[in-house]
Design a protein around this ligand. Sequence first.
Ligand code: ADP
Ligand code: MG
Length: 500
Amino acid sequence: MTNKLIQGYEVVIGFETHAQLSTQSKIFSRASTTFGAEPNTQACAVDLALPGTLPVMNKGAVERAIQFGLAIGSTISERSIFARKNYFYPDLPKGYQISQFEIPVVVGGVIEFFLNEEKKSVRLVRAHLEEDAGKSLHEDFIGQTGIDLNRAGTPLLEIVTEPDMRSSEEAVAYAKELHKIVTWIGICDGNMQEGSFRCDANVSVRKPGAELGTRREIKNLNSFKNMQQAMDYEIRWQIEQIEDGYAIQQATVLFDPDTGETRSMRSKEDAADYRYFPDPDLPPLVIAPEWVERVRSEMTELPRVMAARFVADYGLPEYDATTLTQSKAMAAYFEEAAKTCGQAKLVSNWVMGELSRRLNAEERDFAQSAVSAQQLAALIARIADGTISNNAAKQVFDELWNESQKTGTTLSAHAVASPTIKATLAVDSIIESKGLKQMNDTSALEAIIDTVIAANPKNVEEYRAGNSKALNALVGQIMKGSQGKANPQQVGDLLRSKLG
Ligand code: ADP
Ligand code: MG
């Protein structure tokens, strides 16, 4: 495996991701975490650390951290510590953020994914629990900044990787995989626009084989598109600096989506600047092995476990299995169709191909597909039994899609009584009315073949002289003669045996 070099430089990237945990209440208080409330209506005295208040750990947040650790094969610390990270910023009036420093709740683990069909794995250093700060509002005021403290105390899991990624594409693929995992197990709603999943990209470049270069950290990337653009700009910028003879200074930078550029926000603080110390108000977080086991027993089947099962049970290539487990809805769709028609590989091709294209074009999720899994299964059964060609099947698919659009039929409406039979009837009636049946009647087909052979002696001669391409020309003629209804493979077989 070779790493892509840019102008002779190797790119090194490590990610820190803040995943907002989907609890109803805050990490140390009972205030609500609901997004979009009137500013400053959801921060309570505990969130602001007013005198006389004490934080109390939200068990739901801990449980979500455990789920995450189990999902990616980490170690769950039996005893982890909350620490105060001291800094002052307008959106943090209490002057410190409660986080975890020396002993995080989740240690190690690996995220695996495919990049251009090549398997990649990124090691995690840790994932720790912490509280979010408030938010500065710049837009609504002129010459002033508003502060909304609703977000203060919202539970976050900060997930930190080793500097294992070697291109911006790999880093985006990692972020997508991580996003998939946290939403799949349901610990984070993954809403990037609302800030539920924010990534900081640490980027450096070096000559291959050299020591790690100095990194700059791009903060708060909140879409995969921004992520890609920001890292690409940053990589080019750093290489340019070095080529011009400047050294990279460690810094925290912001990405401006309007200009597509990154610019320095502040020189980077060191851990020492934060004067971390254990929070005297919170006891150590103790997680007994029984708690971990209970969480494990309640967890849903994980994407990579499901993917392995798809390989074992349906004989799918690993690439297919991984792609199909991009989302729960996609996996469920595949499995229902595959079970119904028993043609797993064909179903996989259709789900990853035609169906995904169609859903993407209409910005729909698998759960909102206009063609149900039962219908796709019925359609694929008709390809498999030779009734229709793959091409004709695409026409049937379009028709099914458009029909259900017209009548407003959705998946659930198809799911009455015997969905399998209904789906088969729907597919068969389209095949019938559009006249898409393949010609499987050998005698009629042979008549066409004989005519074509007689009319094209030159092609026949060429084929017999060893030019196998001449056969394609004949097959084409015969397909035309059958108005596309012949089965091309059958035509080829018959033709070859006739020509000897
Ligand atoms: P800090 O304490 O400043 O957050 P860490 O050592 O925790 O620094 O690293 C933060 C992130 O930066 C991690 O994801 C790590 O993999 C990444 N990182 C560290 N060094 C480099 C480097 N030279 N180039 C790119 N990423 C790096
Ligand atoms: Mg860090």
